[in-house]
Design a protein around this ligand. Sequence first.
Ligand code: AMP
Ligand code: ZN
Length: 117
Amino acid sequence: MAGEPQDDCLFCKIVSGTIPATIVRETGTTVAFRDINPQAPTHVLVIPKAHYQDAAALAAAAPELAADVLRETREVAQEEKLESYRTVFNTGAGAGQTVWHAHAHVLGGRGLHWPPG
Ligand code: AMP
Ligand code: ZN
């Protein structure tokens, strides 16, 4: 069912604490943790605790939860003292999505080129 934890999902395991992560923020509905393979000096992932396979599914099924995720990207950026930063939702394999639990990347601490590759 939409939103239910998935046994085979890496990020559901981070939510449950089965797999460790460097958690930087947690709310009732979201978790933010450092990316294991950072692409910038600050690279934090913000996820909903509930499982949705990607940002599109999250936005369609639970827009208030999607807003929680977006709000948390701002909180992370403030805590990390980022003046500029980029929020990315890779959606679909062709866009580079590799983990099928919706997540926002928060990237900052270096110059970020536009457009991205
Ligand atoms: P994406 O390619 O947009 O699906 O992003 C998935 C991200 O999850 C990548 O940037 C990975 O480096 C990151 N990642 C994978 N496993 C872990 C983990 N155990 N802890 C933290 N980040 C992870
Ligand atoms: Zn999941």
